[in-house]
Design a binder for this molecule. Structure first.
Ligand code: UDX
Length: 442
């Protein structure tokens, strides 16, 4: 089947490569020509394990090609996936102008019946809006046009394991409003469903859109919940990791997404929580729980500052090393990364900030010119008054704790991801603070 992917960012490129690998004829469309040149030359526009190799393989055998010509891409295509960005607007809602533009462009350029599938995270009325945009555009420009079936097929991929999540999803969800759209999506995923036997949810468009919103908001809620529990643990001398383990053994709760720390970041959770809150309010429901989820997440960064102040009194002229910058390991993505907010808060408090990250240092320097970047974790800590683990990269978790003790000026470690072995840190002579794990003094 010929498939068009509109927008080859993180979601679009991964989807394109995996659908090409499944045996489809995939065209990646983007208006960023520099990015297209890079992709054609076998380069990767961002860090995602396994993706560059996969893209190279499927472009070499011709099953994935790239273009900026929409009309050529649409010729003979059965389906087009909308994978363009939906950044947050200042009021919290998503900026849907790129999604709208794709709808209008496809309405203008399509010569044959086609299924237009939202993959970008969008509010639960976007399908209806897109249908209106298409009808209006076709009427205005051509006095009609081929049927464009609007559908929703949300993705649930995590950065860092995006290829694996797309190849082997826990479930496939699609919402359609016509039998044609449903049959086309069945065919798109048939090879994957046959191979994996993964569950499929076939539903209507708004329900599919809501599944995506509710899933991400629920996961963010779990994280803020366990972070709030961690703050209580710190006050009563309990260990949140063991609390989470004990909770997770209840089959109704499960162990995933219960790791306390300095909060969630990334391109999805913060934006999606805001967007769901905004959507709920716009339809007359005040989903105040999500406001609290958001508030707890933002406040969690202050926990690190409080622990530093407890140890160092004031932070003016102190050197603090942040170990890790990316919002999680396995990616160079700094969007909404707690470490960046923390770096800015430390700079505002008068501290000298050093940052180590195995892959994201160039972007860190671009975003925060006032921090010092160092490409070795131990060197980054040399002479510092405290080190803060902000991302649990293996290079950081595997550090020699005795050597860390030797290079630090004061032996203070704030483990913002509860990723180090607290006993080993104490034995190595460090004053160790976790999040919800108490303090271990050597
Ligand atoms: C998320 C969703 O998991 C994915 O389904 C959706 O499509 C996009 O958003 P992603 O943003 O890549 O994926 O990251 P994820 O691995 O889910 O982690 C999100 C954040 O939560 C990270 O900052 C991570 O460090 C944090 N996290 C995650 C925790 O603090 N504790 C946990 O137990 C799990």
């Amino acid at each position: 089947m010929k498939i068009v992917i509109v927008g080859v960012g993180h979601v679009g490129l991964t989807t394109a490569a995996v659908l090409a690998e499944l045996g489809h004829d995939v065209v990646g469309l983007d208006d960023d020509r520099t990015k297209l040149e890079l992709l054609r030359a076998g380069g990767a526009p961002f860090h995602e394990p396994g993706l560059a190799e996969l893209v190279e393989r499927v472009t070499a055998d011709g099953s994935l090609t790239f273009t900026d010509d929409l009309a050529a891409a649409l010729a003979g295509a059965a389906v087009a996936f909308v994978c363009v960005g939906t950044p947050s607007l200042p009021g919290g809602g998503p900026d849907l102008r790129f999604v709208e533009r794709v709808g209008a462009d496809v309405a203008r350029e399509a010569t044959d019946e086609i299924v237009l599938v939202e993959k970008s995270t969008v509010p639960a009325n976007t399908g209806e809006r897109l249908t209106q945009v298409i009808a209006r555009e076709q009427e205005a420009r051509r006095g009609g046009g081929p049927t464009v079936h609007v559908a929703s097929n949300p993705e649930f991929l995590r950065e860092g394991v995006a290829v694996q999540d797309t190849r082997e999803p826990d479930r496939i969800v699609y919402g359609t409003s016509s039998d044609t759209a449903r049959d086309v999506l069945r065919e798109v995923y048939a090879p994957m469903i046959e191979r994996l036997g993964c569950p499929v949810v076939e539903t209507d468009v708004p329900t599919a859109e809501l599944i995506k919103h509710a899933s991400n908001a629920f996961l963010a809620t779990r994280l803020s919940f366990i972070n709030a529990v961690a703050n209580v643990c710190d006050r009563v001398g309990a260990d949140v990791d063991v609390v989470a383990e004990g909770m997770g053994l209840d089959a109704r709760i499960g162990p995933a997404f219960l790791k306390a720390g300095i909060g969630y970041g990334g391109s999805c959770f913060p934006k999606d929580v805001d967007a769901f809150l905004h959507l709920s309010r716009s339809v007359g429901y005040d989903f105040a729980l999500l406001e609290e989820v958001r508030r707890i997440n933002i406040a969690q960064r202050q926990v690190v500052i409080d622990k530093l102040v407890e140890e160092l009194w004031h932070l003016t002229d102190k050197t603090i090393t942040l170990l890790g910058a990316a919002f999680k390991p396995g990616t160079d993505d700094l969007r909404e990364a707690p470490a960046l907010y923390l770096a800015q808060d430390l700079l505002d408090a008068g501290a000298h900030v050093r940052v180590y990250d195995p892959v994201a240092l160039d972007q860190v320097k671009e975003r925060l010119p006032d921090v010092e970047v160092v490409d070795d974790p131990l060197e980054a800590c040399r002479g510092a008054h405290a080190a803060v683990v902000a991302t649990e990269w293996p290079e950081i978790v595997g550090m020699d704790l005795g050597a860390l003790r030797d290079v630090l000026d004061y032996p203070i470690v704030i483990d913002g991801r509860n990723a180090l072995d607290a006993d080993a840190a104490q034995a190595a002579g460090l004053h160790y603070h976790g999040v919800g794990r108490g303090t271990r003094r050597s």
